[in-house]
Design a binder for this molecule. Structure first.
Ligand code: B12
Ligand code: SF4
Length: 215
């Protein structure tokens, strides 16, 4: 069933799919942050994210369905639609939590993804992936009603780094220019070849870029 879910996510452009045991997160989390566990001591959670691989697949989906591209928050809607479909295809009961949903409270998806062994927390507040650097987005965590699996160990990608991300972070914090936030990601030596394409950057930081990509 994990293969079915992973295949559905990959096909839709969500190329980061990391299974783990929900207990690995819940044990260290405040009560209000805990993820659903279907009443089990161990449950199979999967954190889903993406790299730049999402963008062409998402743009192609918008081309096929121009109405969805014109609606508010097209990427969030796409995320919910395709990840829900991938989870339903497994035939197992599941509960999903979405990174973009802020009410009643946001799921601390960066900490969830760290417990899953997908990323680590960088000193510049981003989650860092060992290959993709800071060029990753975290979208959802889905918990299935079955036994969990142990998260893989992940050494810290920032170990030994002189932290060139910190000076741009200080600038960005007192700035209203989104390019200053982009500079934080650009300062990191890991994952330079994983930088998002310009249209994807424009979409994430300014909400523009999608219409241009569709033209
Ligand atoms: C609300 C929110 C925002 C708000 C406020 C952010 C803030 N500074 O508090 C706004 C709209 C301003 C925002 C902007 C950005 N965000 Co934002 N945001 C979120 C969201 C939806 C909730 C954060 C939250 O409250 N978490 C809940 C608390 C309880 O979790 P927590 O673990 O206790 O707290 C963590 C976060 O608050 C985080 N954090 C705090 N300050 C900052 C600042 C930055 C730059 C980042 C990356 C993280 C971060 O660090 C804490 C420890 O892990 C998360 C997704 C999520 N569900 O977490 C994305 C998220 C943190 N954002 C993300 C990003 C990339 C950004 C931007 C850089 C660009 C963008 N929009 O794509 C900009 C940065 C500009 C800025 N001024 O901060 C990514 C980070 C990806 C990564 N590799 O780490 C996330 C995970 C969304 C995603 N889909 O991947 N964001
Ligand atoms: S610049 Fe260095 S410390 Fe900063 S996120 Fe990248 S690897 Fe980590």
């Amino acid at each position: 069933m994990l293969e079915t879910f992973t295949a559905g996510c990959l096909e839709a452009g969500f190329d980061l799919v990391q299974p783990f045991d929900v207990a690995a997160f819940n044990q260290g989390a405040a009560l209000e942050d805990r993820l659903p566990d279907h009443g089990r001591p161990s449950a199979l959670a999967v954190v889903v994210g993406n790299s730049r691989a999402l963008w062409p697949v998402f743009v192609a989906a918008c081309r096929r369905d121009p109405g969805s591209a014109a609606a508010p928050h097209p990427l969030n809607r796409y995320t919910v639609r395709v990840i829900t479909a991938a989870a339903e295809a497994t035939g197992w009961p599941f509960a999903a939590r979405w990174a973009h949903v802020l009410e009643p409270r946001p799921v601390p998806i960066q900490r969830v993804a760290e417990a899953a062994g997908l990323v680590r927390s960088a000193p510049c507040l981003f989650s860092i992936h060992p290959r993709l650097g800071l060029w990753v987005a975290l979208r959802a965590v889905v918990v299935f009603d079955r036994e969990g699996v142990a998260a893989p160990p992940l050494s810290h990608p920032c170990e030994g780094c002189p932290r060139p991300c910190l000076a741009p972070l200080e600038r960005a914090r007192s700035s209203t220019d989104w390019r200053d936030w982009l500079a934080v990601r650009d300062a990191c030596p890991i994952g330079r070849d994983a930088r998002y394409p310009e249209a994807q950057i424009a979409y994430h930081y300014t909400r523009r870029g999608l219409q241009e990509a569709l033209e």
